[in-house]
Design a protein around this ligand. Structure first.
Ligand code: PA5
Length: 435
């Protein structure tokens, strides 16, 4: 069963059902290109059938390595950037308590992230925090040469080696990288680190369902079997070329149609703090996949209702080049009810007994219709619950949709040539040999 449902009512009158359906033959062609590997970037289609292709033994291996690390550390540090970071962070934030690191060692380590920036203060603060704790590391880099995680790993490796000595440190470091290439692979081989492999045909931002995302999530105590079951179900649901039976493709077509009508920015609007890193993961997936050849929707995100008190004004009345996708949770894990006050001094007694979910729902409905009236086409992707199963479906849904939008827009959704430009300049300024 799908744990996701797409509601496109508020796209009318901006786009019609007919306009969407007119895309069916193009969708069919792009679908064939994806499935047959005849389209752009066909060397990187391994993600398409990862959920059904991953073996139980691979998952068991990830799980048992995660279990043994969970037993020896209070703080687990995930070192990576971009696609080698955001999936794990999105999954852990989506599925864990809002304050998971503040609960102490509740059967598993605290989870921290490093190497996603070059901030001295951030990393120094992290060392202050974890210095007195038992630490393990997972350094993740497909290329094995990315500067930000390489710098963070140097610092952290030195820290754990000083703390435990090189022999013990070795057992506290897990490397996730390419099967044969890159400096990180050579280092792992030389020093004998436990290594997980990122498949050659899976690019960074499509790698959340490989050890890149699964291992840190397993260390965080997430049920990765259930996550993969959800993804497997999504693979079945969203591998159907018919638009009327495939919400991921339907969403892709609506995005493309809106883009063609000048709605060049998509705002992913969430109503749950737990979704904020999922939104960041989505922004990376969509932005790096679609933004090239002077084309592409600019993906942005807001967290409501908080951002209704900041960006809400812009969305309601600013430049009309935007559309919105609401990502709405159908049911919270726990229901809180608004209490009645005797004197009703705050005038809130009309809500006494209502759940926060019910109020949040009205906030979404009220916002969606206000923004539609203000000229912002919007749609809603509902997600049933905050379970690993639902999250597995969501990861796969967005991967399929973004790949399809890229193909519909005539770009290669699996490369990122533009990312190299800043690197070249930075290396030149840093005096890296060869630049
Ligand atoms: O999607 C991508 O390919 C990128 O965002 C990469 O994941 C990111 O640049 C990190 O690369 P690497 O894993 O090689 O360190």
């Amino acid at each position: 069963m799908p744990n996701l449902s797409l509601d496109c009512e508020n796209l009318q009158p901006f786009i019609s059902d007919q306009e969407v359906n007119d895309y069916q033959s193009q969708v069919g062609l792009c679908h064939d290109q994806l499935e047959k590997g005849t389209g752009l970037g066909s060397d990187y289609l391994g993600w398409l059938h990862l959920p059904s292709g991953v073996s139980d033994s691979v998952l068991a291996d990830i799980q048992s390595t995660a279990d043994s690390l969970r037993n020896v550390c209070d703080a687990f540090i995930v070192v990576g950037i971009g696609g080698s970071y955001l999936g794990a962070r999105a999954g852990i934030s989506f599925l864990s308590s809002s304050f998971f690191n503040q609960f102490g060692r509740h059967g598993g380590p605290e989870i921290y992230f490093a190497g996603q920036n070059i901030s001295s203060d951030y990393h120094a603060d992290l060392f202050d925090l974890v210095g007195g704790r038992d630490v393990s590391l997972n350094v993740i880099s497909k290329s094995g040469t990315t500067t930000e995680p390489a710098i963070a790993f140097r610092l952290l490796k030195e820290m754990v080696e000083n703390k435990y000595g090189a022999d013990v440190a070795r057992d506290r470091i897990v490397v996730t990288t390419d099967s044969s290439k890159g400096a990180l692979k050579s280092l792992a081989d030389e020093l004998g680190y436990r290594t997980f492999v990122i498949p050659d045909d899976v690019g960074g931002r499509y790698s959340v369902l490989t050890p890149v995302g699964l291992f840190p999530m397993a260390v965080a105590g997430i049920n990765i079997q259930e996550l993969m079951e959800g993804a497997r179900q999504a693979e079945k649901l969203y591998s159907n070329p018919s638009l009327d039976q495939n919400d991921a493709y339907y969403y892709a077509v609506t995005r493309q149609l809106l883009y063609k009508k000048g709605k060049t920015t998509e705002i992913l609007a969430t109503f749950q703090p737990a979704f904020s890193y999922l939104a960041d993961w989505w922004k990376q997936l969509a932005g790096e996949s679609e933004g090239k050849n002077l084309k592409g929707i600019f993906p942005s995100s807001v967290e409501f209702t908080s951002d209704l008190h900041s960006m809400g004004q812009w969305i309601q009345e600013g430049n009309r080049n935007i559309f919105e996708t609401f990502l709405v949770l159908e049911s919270s894990r726990r229901q809180l009810k608004i209490p009645a006050f005797k004197n009703d001094a705050d005038g809130l007694n009309y809500l006494a007994g209502e759940t926060l979910d019910a109020v949040n729902e009205k906030a979404w409905l009220g916002t969606a219709s206000a923004h539609k009236e203000g000229g912002v086409p919007n749609m809603t992707l509902k997600i049933k619950d905050r379970s690993p199963y639902s999250l597995g479906q969501a990861f796969y849904f967005f991967e399929r949709a973004v790949a399809m939008t890229g193909y519909l827009n005539g770009v290669n959704p699996f490369d990122q040539p533009g990312v190299e430009f800043y690197k070249k300049n930075m290396f030149k300024l840093l005096g890296k040999p060869g630049f």
